[in-house]
Design a protein around this ligand. Structure first.
Ligand SMILES: [Zn+2]
Length: 149
C-alpha cells in the first residue's frame, strides 16, 4: 500500500505534524538531491552511480512541483530497483507513486479533519488545497481515497 509507505516516511523522518508538509528535510533524509531544470516532462528520477537525483521542471507551479518531487520520492521508496534499469516504470508504478505523493502531502489524520470541515461547510476545496499546498485535483483524489466521497 503506497499510503502505508507514505505514513512510514513521515514517521521515520520525524515529521513534526505541521502542514504544509515540508519536503526538503524528507528528501535530505533519503539522500535525494533535486534540481530544477528546463525539461519537457514534469520530473524524473535517475541514479548517478548510487546517488539518486530528482530533476524537476522549473516551469511548474509550486504545488505541481511539490507533488512531482513527492511522486519521484515514491518511486525511490517503492520502485528503486527499477530506477536506471532497463525496465521502465509501469502504469501501475506511476499510479502507486501518485498515491504515495498524495498521502505524503495530505497526511491522513489532518486530511480527515479537513474533510470534516469541508462537510460542515466551513471551508472549500481551495482553502484545503492551500492549507496542504497541493493542487485542487490532489485534494479531490485524496478525498476519494480516504472518505470515498
Ligand atoms: Zn513516475
Amino acid at each position: 500500500m503506497p499510503e502505508w509507505h507514505a505514513e512510514k516516511v513521515l514517521c521515520d523522518t520525524r515529521w513534526d505534524g505541521s502542514i504544509p508538509v515540508q519536503l526538503t528535510p524528507i528528501l535530505q533524509y533519503y539522500g535525494l538531491e533535486w534540481h530544477f531544470v528546463k525539461m519537457r516532462q514534469h520530473g524524473v528520477i535517475i541514479t548517478l552511480g548510487k546517488r539518486p537525483i530528482i530533476f524537476l521542471n522549473e516551469d511548474l507551479p509550486m504545488t505541481a512541483s511539490r507533488f512531482r518531487a513527492a511522486h519521484e520520492l515514491g518511486h525511490w521508496i517503492l520502485h528503486s530497483s527499477r530506477i536506471g534499469s532497463n525496465c521502465p516504470f509501469s502504469i501501475g508504478d506511476e499510479y502507486e507513486a501518485n498515491r504515495f505523493a498524495a498521502a505524503l502531502l495530505c497526511p491522513k489524520a489532518l486530511f480527515t479533519e479537513a474533510l470534516q470541515e469541508l462537510q460542515d461547510g466551513n471551508v472549500n476545496f481551495y482553502d484545503i488545497a492551500s492549507r496542504f499546498n497541493v493542487g485542487k485535483a490532489v485534494i479531490v483524489n485524496c478525498a476519494e481515497e480516504i472518505a470515498g466521497v
